[in-house]
Design a binder for this molecule. Structure first.
Ligand SMILES: Nc1ncnc2c1ncn2[C@@H]1O[C@H](COP(=O)(O)OP(=O)(O)O)[C@@H](O)[C@H]1O
Ligand SMILES: [Mg+2]
Length: 329
């Protein structure tokens, strides 16, 4: 199989937050990659560190957040080491993010037109496009996200648009800026389910057309199955299993993945509810071994004390679990 160019590579990323002098070690050795034109999922319960991972990728961690180690390579260049100008360019032309709640991404007091102009002016700086040309790009991208009457949208303020429309506007901005990578952090979950569904379909369409690479963050396995070709299962700041979405779904190996899948039929809306007994560990004093060990029905002695490393199960499917390595007794 032909190896596609990597748009993004996250390598051994560890991130902590400090609150009132107490440091919590949230992400630990998170690694995954996104190839050109692919859609990669990250799934895990709430509090597992999904949003932290996205923020780190854009290099916009909150001020109490700290990258302890690791690399985030965008087209081979480390985002964490980029100088300001380069970083700005990366955010304007490289990666864009859409959020759970689309109202947070748009400035409420600036018209959509001016927000587009501001974003596109930088993204297309080298091409020296006129204002009319930039607005034409904006209009086209609004049409591409199925917003009829782009003219009216451009002349609106965010509060005049519905949540679904604002989410589409954010995606349109990413398209118009010709960014390569879209970070979708539980897109549309603050919105109506039908609107959410439309947004997901739109993202899938964009991926299928080869225009965008996407990281889809969600707690819904249904969304992962629908939209992604590769998936990473995240538990308490660590990646526990991953690979080809179909393979992982057909043959989940990590006890956490298995538990996620098992609680699925009992849920409405494909979420992850109280299905798995126990809770995420305290990040200020995380388990020494596997972070899932305290909740794992199959935990071995070794699991309490040592960190499992990932090993290949099959071509594009890996798992980090001692018990899977040694065979369940
Ligand atoms: N700014 C912050 N300061 C301290 N802790 C934080 C901050 N942001 C997130 N956290 C903590 O980090 C953990 C992971 O959060 P988050 O990345 O938002 O997870 P997810 O998106 O998977 O729900 C949670 O325990 C959360 O409370
Ligand atoms: Mg989140």
């Amino acid at each position: 199989m032909e190896e596609k160019a990597k748009v993004l590579e996250v390598k051994d990323l560890s991130v902590s937050y400090t609150v009132a002098n107490v440091k919590t070690h949230i992400l630990e050795d998170v690694s995954f990659a996104v190839s050109k034109g692919k859609s990669v999922g990250i799934v895990g319960e709430s509090g597992c560190g999904k949003t932290t991972t996205m923020r780190a990728i854009l290099n916009v961690l909150p001020s109490n957040g700290n990258v302890e180690k690791g690399e985030i390579l965008y087209c081979g260049e480390d985002v964490l080491k980029m100088a300001n100008a380069k970083l700005q360019e990366y955010r304007q032309k490289g990666a864009g993010m859409i959020f759970q709640d689309p109202s947070s991404a748009l400035n409420p007091v600036i018209s959509i037109k001016n927000q587009f102009l501001e974003a596109l002016k930088y993204a297309h700086k080298d091409k020296k496009l006129t204002k009319a040309q930039l607005l034409e790009k904006a209009g086209k991208s609004l049409e591409a996200v199925s917003l009829a009457d782009p003219e009216r949208i451009l002349n609106s303020y965010p509060f005049q648009l519905s949540g679904g429309m604002r989410q589409r506007v954010c995606i349109a901005m990413t398209l118009a800026a010709e960014r390569q990578l879209l970070l979708a952090d539980e897109p549309g979950t603050a919105l109506d389910v039908t609107i959410q569904d439309q947004i997901l379909r739109l993202i899938k369409q964009l991926v299928d057309s080869g225009e965008l690479s996407v990281i889809m963050v969600t707690h819904s396995l249904g969304v992962i199955r629908q939209v992604t070709t590769e998936v990473n299962i995240m538990y308490a700041g660590t990646m526990v299993e991953g690979g080809d979405t179909k393979k992982v779904f057909e043959h989940p190996i990590h006890p956490y993945t298995e538990a996620l899948m098992n609680c699925l039929p009992k849920l409405t809306g494909n979420g992850i509810a109280e299905g798995i007994p126990g809770r995420i560990p305290d990040y200020s004093n995380p388990p020494k071994g596997c972070r899932f060990a305290p909740r794992c029905p199959y935990a071995l002695k070794k699991c309490q004390n040592e960190r499992p490393v990932r090993h290949e199960v099959d071509g594009d499917h890996w798992v980090a679990c001692f018990q899977a390595e040694e065979g369940r007794s």
